[in-house]
Design a protein. Structure first.
Length: 335
């Protein structure tokens, strides 16, 4: 078994998922100001360190995606942040794309940038302790989107990124996110997500990426947030499983879903049903940002020194998602 495959399996070992704490400074500023906390480097670190030192890190979190600022910071006990995460039994990772920009020939769509200078940045992150990376491509659904240009360009970028990451002995998380924004039906989402994922794997294979040493981070199959076509959680689970079974090569060790605008409970409930009905060999886990942190952030904002109380809220959310990876979650456990 390859070293990369071992890292991927450690991140996804039984009952564990990924904490996506890779919000850019701009996004983190919006989150903090939204709960009336000023966004200073110290406050951003304080909130993140509170989560990274919680007991659920050892039991429920297999990997943490960091942002450039955070991977270079030191904890209050003067430990480097990647060392703190490793000490908790989790694997440090890093977001390496530089964000989604307007796609030149299709101005209503986005292309993710960050390939320039990536090889050197990866060496730097590896030295800092990162063992895996993340790159997110985004696709919108409307009458004419995602276009072939968007599907091809983002798949090509994800493949070039993945090849460079594996060259540097790290595991790439491949994140093609079909956005929930819009009026599209779940069937539209199913068809477009299938097309997007298949094209990503065509490009990954073309670039000789070892599929046993990646983690796929897709969206679940959902109706658009403005759609009149509402579907049940059971239908979300079944459509998601069908899409992935038909689109993802069997060598891929695991799939970590993004929460993509779902509430904390929705993201947990849908993951639980996916695992209850999982008739594939893929590990089905989570790579959640807001869906792991939102309640903890709200609580923390009332008293940013209340570490124990904040950790208690975060531990509960992490435990609920850990149970969902095993199909053992139920609504009763939320009280």
């Amino acid at each position: 078994m390859s070293e990369l495959n071992n890292i991927a399996l450690k991140i996804l070992e039984k009952g564990k998922g990924i904490l996506a704490a890779d919000e850019s400074t701009g996004t983190m500023t919006k989150r903090l100001e939204g709960v009336n906390v000023s966004s200073t480097p110290e406050n951003r670190l304080l909130f993140r360190e509170t989560l990274f030192s919680a007991s659920s890190m050892t039991e429920c979190i297999g990997g943490v995606i960091l942002y450039d600022e955070t991977i270079r910071q030191y904890s209050s006990k003067k430990n480097r942040i990647p060392d703190l995460i490793t000490k908790m039994g989790s694997v440090p990772g890093i977001k390496v794309d530089t964000g989604a920009k307007v796609l030149a020939s299709s101005p209503d769509e986005k292309i993710t940038e960050g390939l320039d200078g990536l090889r050197d940045r990866l060496k730097d992150y590896y030295e800092l302790g990162a063992k895996f990376t993340k790159w997110r491509g985004v696709y919108s659904i409307s009458k004419n989107h995602p276009s072939k240009i968007s599907i091809y360009a983002n798949a090509h970028a994800l493949a070039r990124y993945s090849a460079l990451v594996q060259e540097c002995n790290m595991v790439p998380i491949v994140e093609p996110e079909v956005l929930m924004d819009g009026e599209h039906s779940a069937q539209d989402c199913y068809e477009k997500t299938s097309e997007v994922i298949k094209k990503c794997f065509d490009e990954l294979l073309l670039h000789k990426v070892d599929l046993k040493g990646i983690i796929l981070k897709p969206n679940m199959i959902l109706a658009g947030n403005k759609s009149k076509d509402k579907i049940t959680n059971e239908e979300v689970a079944n459509l998601t499983l069908e899409c992935l079974k038909n689109s993802v090569p069997s060598e891929v060790p695991g799939i970590s879903f993004l929460s993509g605008g779902q509430s904390e409970i929705e993201a947990t409930e849908n993951l639980n049903l996916i695992n209850k009905n999982n008739n594939t060999n893929f590990i089905m886990s989570y790579s959640y940002g807001r869906a792991l942190q939102q309640s903890a952030l709200k609580f923390w904002s009332k008293d940013i020194r209340n570490v124990d109380g904040t950790q208690k809220i975060f531990n509960h959310r992490a435990k609920m998602n850990s149970l969902a990876t095993q199909g053992k979650w139920s609504k009763d456990l939320e009280n």
